[in-house]
Ligand binder design. Structure first.
Ligand SMILES: NC(=O)c1ccc[n+]([C@@H]2O[C@H](COP(=O)([O-])OP(=O)(O)OC[C@H]3O[C@@H](n4cnc5c(N)ncnc54)[C@H](O)[C@@H]3O)[C@@H](O)[C@H]2O)c1
Ligand SMILES: [Zn+2]
Length: 365
C-alpha cells in the first residue's frame, strides 16, 4: 500500500492542502464531492493528457452528479499565450460559468499556468484546483500560485499570483510520462535537497535507482517531500521578495541555457540540471563551498540521467547576456543562489568579470 499524504500550504485565508494519493484520479469525483463541488466544472487539459485520462476523469466526476465541461488545448509551451487564455475564457463565458464555479487544471505546467491564469481573471477570480500530471507540475508548478503565459518578448512575462483551492496529486499518472519529461522533473527534485534538506538529498542518492524505476512508494515520498519544501518556502514568502528566490537555484544558468537553445534542444529541467552543477562550481570558484559539494551534486545529477556539462557552443558573453535578460537581475548584476553546503544556500550578486574568470578556468579543465 502506498501512503496518502497531505501537505498544508499556509497562506492565511488563501491556505490550501496538497493531497498525494496513488490512484486519486480514479476517485476525483469523490474528492470534488468531499469539497462540496456542485454543478458544472470546467476541465482544462491538453490533447495528450486528454487522450490518456479525460474519459476516466469525466466518468468519475459524472458519477458524483457533477458535469464536466472539457476545454482541450494543444500541448506544449507554444500554447502558453494570451490567445489561448482568451479561448479558455470564451468557453467559460459561453457556458455561463460563475465566479463560484470551479475550474480543474488537469495536465502539466503548461496547462496549470494557463488555466490558473484564466481562473485568476475570469470574473476577477474563480476557484480552481490543480491536478498536475507531470513530475515538474507535481513538485513545482502546481504549488505556489504563480500563473501566467509567455509573451513574444519573454517567457512567463504576463501573469498573476493566484492560489488554487487545492492541489490533487496522483503519482501513478507519471507512468505514462515520456522518459525525457520524467528525467527533466528530477532536476527540480534534486534542487529541493540542495537548497533545503540534506537528508532528502541523501535519500535521493540512495533511492535513485528505485526512483528511476518509478517504485510507487519512493515516487510518493519524493513528491511529498518536494511539495513540503516548496510549500514551506512559498508560505514564508508568497510573492517572491526574498526567501522564495532560493527556488531559483540552478535556474540562473539554467534559464540562460534554455533561452539560448531556443527552448528546443534543451527542455527546462535539462537546463536546470546543468545549472545545479555549474552554479555549485561557480560558488566553489568564489570560495563559498567545497569541491565535495560540487562533486556530490554532479554525481546525483548524472545518476538521474541528466547532463552536467556546460555546453560549449555559446561564448561566455552570450551566456552572460542571457543571464542578464532573466528576471533575477538588480542593476546589471545577476543575483545568484549559491550552496554553502548540501541543504543550505545563500544569495549574493555575481558580476561579469567573476563569471568570465570562472568560465575561462572551467574551460581549461
Ligand atoms: N507556475 C510555476 O511556479 C511554474 C514552475 C515551474 C514550471 N512552470 C511552467 O511549467 C511549464 C512546464 O511544465 P511541464 O514540464 O509539466 O510541461 P508540459 O505541461 O508541456 O508537459 C510536458 C508534456 O507532457 C505531456 N503530459 C503531461 N502529463 C502527462 C502524462 N501524465 N502522461 C503523458 N504525457 C503527459 C504534455 O501533454 C506535454 O506534451 C513551463 O511553461 C514552465 O514555465 C511553472
Ligand atoms: Zn524550474
Amino acid at each position: 500500500m502506498t501512503p496518502i499524504f497531505t501537505v498544508p500550504v499556509s497562506l492565511a485565508e488563501r491556505s490550501y492542502e496538497i493531497t498525494i494519493r496513488a490512484g486519486l484520479l480514479e476517485k476525483l469525483g469523490s474528492e470534488l464531492k468531499r469539497r462540496a463541488v456542485k454543478g458544472k466544472v470546467a476541465v482544462v487539459t491538453d490533447r495528450r493528457v486528454a487522450r490518456h485520462y479525460l474519459k476516466n476523469v469525466s466518468e468519475t466526476i459524472k458519477r458524483h452528479g457533477i458535469e464536466p465541461v472539457p476545454i482541450i488545448l494543444a500541448p506544449g509551451e507554444r500554447s502558453k499565450t494570451l490567445k489561448t487564455v482568451e479561448s479558455v475564457l470564451d468557453v467559460l463565458a459561453r457556458h455561463r460559468f460563475e465566479r463560484s464555479s470551479l475550474l480543474l487544471a488537469l495536465g502539466g505546467g503548461v496547462v496549470g499556468d494557463i488555466a490558473g491564469f484564466a481562473a485568476s481573471i475570469y470574473q476577477r477570480g474563480m476557484s480552481y484546483i490543480q491536478v498536475p500530471t507531470t513530475l515538474v507540475a507535481q513538485v513545482d508548478s502546481s504549488v505556489g500560485g504563480k500563473t501566467g503565459v509567455d509573451h513574444r518578448l519573454g517567457k512567463n512575462l504576463i501573469g498573476s499570483f493566484f492560489q488554487p483551492r487545492a492541489v490533487l496529486i496522483d503519482p501513478l499518472v507519471l507512468r505514462t510520462l515520456p522518459t525525457r519529461e520524467w528525467v527533466a522533473g528530477l532536476a527540480e527534485v534534486i534542487k529541493y535537497g540542495i537548497i533545503a534538506d540534506e537528508s532528502f538529498f541523501f535519500y535521493l542518492q540512495r533511492y535513485m535507482p528505485d526512483l528511476l524505476n518509478q517504485v510507487p512508494r519512493v515516487v510518493s515520498t519524493v513528491v511529498k517531500r518536494s511539495c513540503e519544501i516548496k510549500a514551506e518556502v512559498v508560505s514564508a514568502d508568497e510573492r517572491e521578495s526574498d526567501r522564495r528566490r532560493i527556488l531559483n537555484y540552478g535556474h540562473t544558468i539554467g534559464h540562460a541555457l534554455e533561452a539560448l537553445s531556443g527552448y528546443q534542444s534543451l527542455v527546462h529541467g535539462e537546463a536546470v540540471g546543468i545549472g545545479l552543477v555549474q552554479e555549485a562550481d561557480l560558488a566553489c570558484f568564489q570560495g563559498w563551498c567545497s569541491h565535495e559539494v560540487v562533486e556530490g551534486i554532479r554525481r546525483i545529477v548524472k545518476a538521474a540521467g541528466l547532463n552536467d556539462n556546460m555546453p560549449r557552443r555559446w561564448t561566455p558573453s552570450k551566456i552572460w547576456k542571457a543571464m542578464l535578460h532573466d528576471k533575477k537581475v538588480a542593476g546589471g548584476r545577476v543575483i545568484g543562489v549559491w550552496p554553502s553546503r548540501i541543504g543550505e544556500v545563500r544569495m549574493a550578486p555575481l558580476e561579469e568579470p567573476v563569471f568570465n574568470r570562472w568560465h575561462a578556468a572551467s574551460q581549461t579543465i
